[in-house]
Design a protein around this ligand. Structure first.
Ligand code: SF4
Length: 340
């Protein structure tokens, strides 16, 4: 069931997930489109998540760069979550912010304003900055580390990833022993989950772009704007990735293919923390409900490291007794499913 409406306030909105935003020219959402989007959200009882550009913000530029006052009023006309670039808390008249607001950084910084941080890094940078990242675990901020070059992950990097997570497990275990409850998506989420907790683009959330059209997620809008016609040598006649608009409503072709129960690999998987990124699926396998080897292997390395952390914490005392993460001997479920 749809629960969230993500509204991109400008083409230069901050990228907050696997896909970079290649759009560099400002294109603010028309005020009327914004109002219609909010009305759509209200009618469908959706929580609005605004994605901000790196202007329209405090600290990030001159006064001229701030969003016009009328935008701030419309933005705050409904309960919302703000997703914004680090150091650029939005100016909308409500300065205290919201516990669920999300700050997005492309490099490790010691100062985080929000209670939730998305840290976007390529795999190599993550390895290089592992100690700086580990320092964030004790900050009381929820850390969501998003690897921005999943498609380039190779089996030759598996041991390095395992070692990195093992090192971080040591840091997290020390914090648990001190009575803290660090939140780090790659390692602590799976310990708390009894079922899949994925991105659910197009299922629980939908994105409205400045052109008044809906997309499964911002990455599909970026692809359309960049006129991506082919991926993995597969061509399609148009770069159109929209799934409806504000005038006609949502129109998602074969919506069942987005759901977990129609994803043969994922529905039998217990890497519950996996993002299960549909955009990566489409980019790497040309099949929106078939995951790539890279995504599955990385998610299983995280799952197995979470299991190890859970077992280590339980040596100290009772912890999440209802959670059972079984030992498995594979990293890609495709290798053990024979019925395809
Ligand atoms: S690890 Fe692979 S099979 Fe499991 S949920 Fe993620 S994408 Fe799906």
């Amino acid at each position: 069931m749809l629960q969230y409406l993500v509204i991109l306030l400008d083409d230069t909105n901050v990228a907050y997930c696997h896909a970079d935003n290649p759009l560099k020219e400002r294109n603010l959402i028309p005020l009327e489109t914004l109002k219609k989007g909010i009305l759509f959200g209200m009618k469908q009882n959706l929580m609005i998540q605004y994605v901000f550009p790196d202007y329209g913000t405090r600290d990030c530029g001159t006064r001229d760069h701030k969003l016009p006052k009328e935008y701030a009023e419309v933005i705050e006309s409904i309960d919302n979550v703000k997703i914004y670039p680090t150091g650029c808390k939005p100016v909308t008249g409500i300065e205290d912010g919201n516990e669920t607001d999300v700050e997005v950084a492309n490099e490790v910084s010691e100062k985080v304003e929000a209670k939730n941080l998305v840290l976007r890094l390529p795999f190599g940078e993550m390895l290089k900055q592992k100690d700086e990242i580990a320092k964030l675990f004790a900050s009381g901020v929820r850390i969501n580390l998003c690897i921005t070059d999943v498609e380039q992950f190779t089996d030759g990097q598996i041991e390095a990833y395992k070692q990195l997570l093992e090192d971080w497990n040591g840091v997290l275990l020390g914090l648990y022993k001190q009575g803290l409850s660090p939140q780090f998506n790659l390692l602590t989420d799976r310990m708390m989950l009894k079922e899949m907790h994925n991105c659910e683009a197009g299922v629980s959330n939908i994105t409205l772009a400045p052109n008044g059209k809906f997309y499964l997620c911002p990455a599909f809008y970026y692809d359309e704007r960049m006129q991506v016609f082919n991926q993995l040598n597969h061509h399609q006649p148009s770069s159109d990735r929209s799934v409806g608009d504000l005038e006609k409503g949502l129109d998602i072709p074969n919506p069942q293919l987005l759901r977990l129960d129609h994803a043969p690999l994922c529905r039998n998987c217990d890497a519950y923390q996996c993002r299960r990124c549909l955009w990566l699926n489409r980019k790497l396998t040309w099949d929106i409900n078939t995951p790539s080897h890279q995504q599955c292997v990385m998610a299983h390395i995280e799952r197995n490291a979470s299991r190890a952390l859970l077992n280590d914490i339980r040596k100290v005392g009772e912890f999440m007794p209802e959670i059972d993460i079984k030992e498995i001997n594979y990293l890609d479920p495709f290798e053990v499913r024979k019925e395809f």
